[in-house]
Ligand binder design. Sequence first.
Ligand code: ATP
Length: 240
Amino acid sequence: MTTPLLQITGLRAGYGRAEVLHGIDLTLNKGSIVTVIGPNGAGKTTLLNTLMGVLPSKGSIHYNGTCIQELTLEERVMLGIALVPERRELFSSMSVEDNLVLGGFRQMRLGNRQWREHIDDVYTLFPRLKDRRTQTSGTLSGGERQMLAVGRALMSRPQLLMLDEPSLGLAPLIVQEILRNVQALRETGVSILLVEQNARAALEVADHGYVLEMGEVSLQGPASALADDARVIETYLGTG
Ligand code: ATP
């Protein structure tokens, strides 16, 4: 059996004395899209922040078979982990292209001179960004901002891309577009951990899903099986 890209066991984390994650087990295989769905406050963002190294944790996090629990955020970025946070913060007074250039920092540090070509790869995935490459990023629409946030993260050539609620606040058609981009991205070999409240959309694109409730995994399985699960339908998908 091949080593999972990400293997989390008994993960506990929180803020000060308030524990938010109460022992999470999660596996993400190379080349797959795994989604974590669940209600507000379940601990989804906390899980991503813990994986990124922003919050200390107990339990174990293995990446490519190596324990990364004690590594800093920067060290995890250098290993190929990237996070697109929920708020999609950009350098709003800078152009689309300059935001991408800044995202290429890891590649420059690695002495990789291909980063210009990586910008073209981002434009291939998101042609809309190419059309707007000289536009100030603060003037982009919500969907374009999300694309730029993802594009900037891709400039670090991640192996594992973690997305925190990319559909938040976006119109349904734009959500579909973003999620199609996520699938296209997987085709290029990037593995994806997708946190979503939009369970219907997330389960459509993911291979495997986890339901996180009050800091615990209450259900998990192939995304298609979760989408057919009576409890998931009732709680997260509605009857429509
Ligand atoms: P949402 O979908 O609303 O973003 P979530 O599942 O991502 O929710 P988290 O943001 O991880 O949930 O929050 C989990 C719990 O941790 C909540 O009770 C929240 O109030 C608490 N929490 C989050 N950030 C902090 C913080 N910086 N300090 C203290 N408590 C926090």
